[in-house]
Design a protein around this ligand. Structure first.
Ligand SMILES: Cc1cc2nc3c(=O)[nH]c(=O)nc-3n(C[C@H](O)[C@H](O)[C@H](O)COP(=O)(O)OP(=O)(O)OC[C@H]3O[C@@H](n4cnc5c(N)ncnc54)[C@H](O)[C@@H]3O)c2cc1C
Length: 382
């Protein structure tokens, strides 16, 4: 396997050579809260990365990946963040569904779907949450019934990020009538472009939409589009979530550091830095960032109980707090729009409120630590 530093140099050089011309204008665009920015152009950029062999780095080589270790992937994300390259568009395919199919998919499913995730010609979204099933995902009530050689799906998903750009959705649905909780669920691959599917964007306070409601009304998918055995969907769905853990964390921290220094610069330029409370919060924020970095480095190559939960709590709370500091630094100016639109600090403040909710809320992370790490009695369900 290529040495980490050699790979890092390769990535750095490739970005220097390619993030130029029309692509240079994409620097810093996209990502949570800013997914509406230059989507088509970022898709083209993502396809260019793919053609250069710079996507799906951790996938095994027999499935078209590069079989690279965690340290290499961290190096990629760090260089990517340092170059301020635009956010990629296929997180759900590359990081979640691809690894799930590699682990549990049939050879036919792998052959059908992996190449199109690799070259970014099919995009995916995640159909887990429902109006009555978020933190309590086992409460899923979307159903799927076999009708000949097809599943017929009925129900509603919500908060489905990027469904308005995706061609496919991986859906957790109840396939055994009368089943409860974790039993009787299946993990289905469902095409979105069909009469039985309606994707309704949810408009955020900013006027942008990056997540959706997805309605299934006798929607169909082939019987072969179940990953794992029918009824075993909970195990596959939980497996997908384990892939969500972040090798991208150290790269994300470079972006966080950039945001923090921009807030500090703003405080210096508008005089907010003279306020001792703001100085204190900015300094604490810097310390928090160092703590996160040390934690990420210390746990990069080891599996410790509760590690993903600690990591999620650290970054989500840190980033939400940064949004609050940014608004304090902006002072009264932060309360009004500029040219009728939200500026980057207002967007940071608004979207970072979601950081402590998606990917498992703060309370759920703490519940997991309490029960699985500290061995406290299981929570009594009402
Ligand atoms: C930006 C964003 C993007 C998202 N993208 C997707 C996506 O692409 N696909 C998808 O399927 N979902 C997605 N989600 C949904 C996300 O997974 C859920 O919002 C999350 O799981 C919480 O579920 P909920 O919103 O139903 O809140 P609820 O589960 O109803 O929780 C409401 C509140 O009660 C607290 N709570 C709930 N249960 C407990 C408990 N047992 N103990 C203590 N407190 C509790 C929660 O912490 C929260 O504060 C996204 C959410 C956001 C905000």
């Amino acid at each position: 396997m290529i040495e980490v530093e050699e790979f890092r140099a390769e990535v750095r050089q490739w970005l220097a050579d390619n993030l130029v011309g029309e692509y240079a204008a994409l620097k810093g665009l996209g990502g949570p809260g800013r997914e509406h920015e230059a989507f088509t152009e970022r898709l083209a950029w993502n396809q260019k990365l793919a053609a250069a062999g710079l996507t799906c780095l951790g996938w095994p080589e027999e499935h078209g990946g590069r079989g690279l270790a965690v340290a290499h992937r961290v190096a990629f994300y760090e260089e990517y963040a340092i170059a301020n390259a635009p956010a990629k568009v296929n997180h759900f395919g590359e990081e979640l569904l691809g690894p799930t199919l590699i682990a549990w998919g049939t050879p036919e499913q792998q052959k059908r779907f992996l190449p199109k995730i690799l070259d970014v010609t099919e995009l995916w979204c995640q159909g887990y949450s429902e109006p009555g099933a978020g933190s309590d995902l086992a409460n899923v009530s979307t159903t799927a019934e076999l009708d000949g050689d097809q599943w017929v799906i009925n129900g509603q998903k919500v908060w489905t990020s990027l469904a308005h750009w995706a061609q496919w959705c991986f859906v957790v649905a109840r396939t055994e009538k009368g089943s409860k909780r974790h039993a009787g669920l299946s993990y289905l691959l469902v095409p979105l472009d069909q009469p039985g599917v309606e994707v309704r964007p949810i408009v955020q306070l900013t006027g942008d939409s990056e997540f959706n409601e997805v309605f299934f009304d006798d929607a169909r998918t082939d019987a072969s589009m179940v990953v794992g055995a029918p009824g075993d969907g909970w195990r596959v769905a939980m497996g997908t979530l384990t892939f969500e853990r972040g090798v991208s964390t150290l790269g994300q921290q470079i972006e966080y550091a950039r945001e923090l220094s921009a807030v500090a610069e703003l405080a210096k330029s508008n005089g907010a830095a003279d306020d001792p409370l703001i100085r204190e919060r900015l300094t604490r924020s810097w310390v928090g960032l160092r703590t996160m970095r040390s934690y990420a480095l210390a746990t990069m190559d080891v599996e410790q109980p509760g590690q993903d939960n600690v990591s999620k709590l650290l970054w989500a709370n840190w980033h939400r707090e940064l949004g609050e500091i940014a608004m304090e630094v902006r002072g009264r100016d932060g309360l009004t729009l500029t040219n009728g639109d939200f500026d980057e600090w207002q967007r940071l403040f608004l979207f970072s409120r979601a950081d402590t909710i998606y990917g498992g809320s703060n309370e759920i992370q703490r519940n997991i630590i309490a029960e699985r790490v500290l061995g406290l009695p299981r929570e009594v369900k009402g």
